[in-house]
Design a protein around this ligand. Structure first.
Ligand SMILES: [Fe+2]
Length: 225
């Protein structure tokens, strides 16, 4: 994806988020130079910040997701009795923009419709080996109430509704009717190791540098911070 397109998506996403009354933390608006000059060690280590992904496929409008990680613990702290074992993201799924089928190895996440259109999730249970169970029903908790769907069933979440997804649930999702502002509250998030995709795709965009970055993406940190 071209950097100019990423910059445009950041501007559009920021406006959409603000229109729903949500405010990003101050470091979201630091320039790359300001981020480099600041004490950014924890921001980098916890991989907090902008994450605009086309899953490496170059078709953002069809296959992509806007994410911003506002807080995150560390995998190494998992298992401790008392530690920052949680993470939070704000995301945007555009209308009919697919986040492809995946599950997580460790992360448990609540996916929350924070406003906009209807969020549709296509769900499958995992087999005991971790594959996709295409024959059995899938049960998920939605705001404290268990719901059971057929394999590949579509769970529709209106604004205010949420679902809890354990590593035993495969999920793909998209916005229906309109773009959707999505909250994610989860255990520690590690996008380098924790996503298992059905398709052979990447997790991050491949960036073509055609203009200066407005803000660095988390996937830029290793090269540019
Ligand atoms: Fe997920």
């Amino acid at each position: 994806m071209k950097r100019s397109r990423i910059n445009e998506i950041i501007r559009e996403g920021d406006a959409f988020i603000r229109a729903h009354g949500y405010c990003l933390p101050p470091f979201a608006y630091w320039t790359p130079e300001a981020l480099r000059a600041a004490d950014h060690a924890e921001i980098k280590r916890r991989r907090m910040g902008w994450d605009i992904t086309d899953y490496g496929a170059g078709r953002f409008d069809d296959l992509g997701l806007f994410l911003f990680t506002t807080r995150n613990g560390l995998n190494g702290d998992l298992g401790k009795r008392s530690a920052m074992l949680y993470a939070e993201k704000i995301m945007i799924s555009r209308r009919d923009q697919l986040s492809p089928n995946h599950r997580h190895a460790l992360k448990v996440e609540d996916i929350i419709n924070r406003g906009g259109g209807t969020l549709v999730l296509e769900l499958h249970a995992a087999t005991p080996e971790g594959g996709i169970d295409r024959h059995g029903p899938v049960t998920v908790m939605c705001d404290g109430i268990d719901r059971t769907l057929p394999p590949g069933g579509h769970l529709k979440l209106d604004p205010g509704e949420s679902v809890t997804l354990f590593p035993s649930t495969w999920h793909a999702f998209w916005g229906e009717g309109s773009d959707v502002l999505i909250g994610e509250v989860s255990t520690v998030n590690d996008d380098l190791t924790d996503n298992i995709f059905e398709m052979d795709i990447g997790r991050f965009s491949t960036v073509e540098e055609d203009e200066a970055p407005l803000h660095l993406l988390v996937s830029d940190y290793d090269d540019k911070l």
